[in-house]
Design a protein around this ligand. Structure first.
Ligand SMILES: *Cc1c(COP(=O)(O)O)cnc(C)c1O
Length: 344
């Protein structure tokens, strides 16, 4: 049978209420791309789980299909979320598919162009908050406690259910869990989901390497960060809603949560692109973490299977690329001018 989306594929593993009415854009089923050349540098078998190939360009679609399907089934008319961008675009797309109204709160001026455009294109009512993501999240929690508007942030347990499916897919492709799973950590819903998924699927357990940005590393510092700052806007979060679960996942898996600098993140982004995989900055944090830990000798990846989760597509945040390059050279539309420039 043709692929019908991740709820259909994995429903016996997902704890969704009976009233759930599946709303799908055929999310999930993303490629696990072997990276032999890069893997050689660590002496490991390396794969990228490219979540940027979901319908709205990030892994958020996995949780959103579940959250919106549940909300529709219980008769919700309006959904709301706080977002650094990708949740907004995803909520807007699935709400549109379901015929619901969607409202998204974003931190003023801090959302990448491709994400904001997505939310608008799918018809969300976009509201900028004069504050951080964390402020926006407090506001949506309050309004959903006091009104019938449905919350679709990853505090919503069905988001976690949907997001577990990526670990199922990895096990299905590899035949078992990898030795290490490296991924970015922002609000910490995703690391929580992967860990829950691996435990449930019983195909072995990876060690988890969660990676935060230095300017937004509450789980490494051990306290909230009032003014998180990083180029990796998707993980620019100072008070992760599922921080404790993230620390638990790291601890239980005999893994850890570390921080890397923006420079290391952008480096990893370039390395991935040089292998043909263009991801947004936050999505490169997993690889940046692997590189940093291997350099220090604190991860022994040799002979191991390592999966690096790349959470969102590079097209979400084009300006981070174009800003740091001078614009393309301009020449007359003549053959000789072209040959003079590129050689023959
Ligand atoms: C949301 C997001 C993250 C962070 O995921 P959390 O579940 O908040 O930890 C990382 N990368 C991208 C591209 C995202 O959209």
């Amino acid at each position: 049978m043709t692929y019908q989306g991740l709820i259909q594929r994995y429903k016996q593993y997902l704890d969704l209420p009976a009233h759930t009415q599946t709303i799908s854009l055929l999310e999930g089923n993303t490629p696990l791309i072997p990276m032999p050349r890069l893997g050689n540098e660590f002496g490991c078998e390396l794969f990228i789980k490219f979540e940027g190939l979901n319908p709205t360009g990030s892994f958020k679609d996995r949780g959103m299909t579940a959250a919106i399907s549940e909300a529709v089934g219980r008769g919700a008319q309006t959904v709301i979320c706080a977002s650094t961008g990708n949740t907004a675009a995803s909520a807007a797309a699935y709400a549109a598919r379901a015929g619901l109204r969607s409202i998204v709160l974003i931190p003023e001026g801090k959302v990448a162009a491709g994400k904001l455009a997505g939310a608008i294109a799918y018809g969300a009512e976009v509201i900028q908050i004069q504050g951080s993501f964390d402020d926006a999240l407090s506001l949506v929690v309050e309004i959903t406690q006091k009104t019938p508007i449905a919350l679709v942030n990853s505090i919503n347990p069905y988001r976690i259910e949907g997001q577990k499916t990526s670990s199922f897919e990895i096990c299905d492709v590899l035949g078992s869990a990898p030795d290490w799973l490296c991924l970015p950590v922002g609000n910490a819903g995703n690391i929580t989901s992967y860990w829950a998924g691996f435990k449930q699927y019983q195909k072995g357990l990876p060690r988890m390497l969660g990676v935060q940005a230095e300017g937004a590393a509450p789980l490494v510092l051990g306290h909230p960060v009032e003014k998180p700052e990083t180029v990796a806007t998707a993980i620019r979060i100072g008070k992760p809603a599922r921080g404790e679960q993230a620390l638990e996942a790291a601890h239980e898996s005999n893994g850890r949560i570390i921080a890397v600098s923006d420079a290391q993140i952008l480096d990893a982004q370039r390395i991935l692109a040089s292998e043909g995989v263009w991801v947004e900055p936050a999505s490169a944090a997993g690889l940046a973490g692997l590189i940093a830990e291997s350099a220090k000798g604190s991860i022994d990846a040799k002979g191991k299977r390592v999966v690096v989760v790349c959470t969102g597509h590079g097209m979400k945040d084009p300006s981070i690329i174009t800003e740091s390059f001078k614009s393309p050279q301009v020449i007359p539309a003549r053959y000789q001018a072209l040959v003079d420039l590129v050689g023959s």
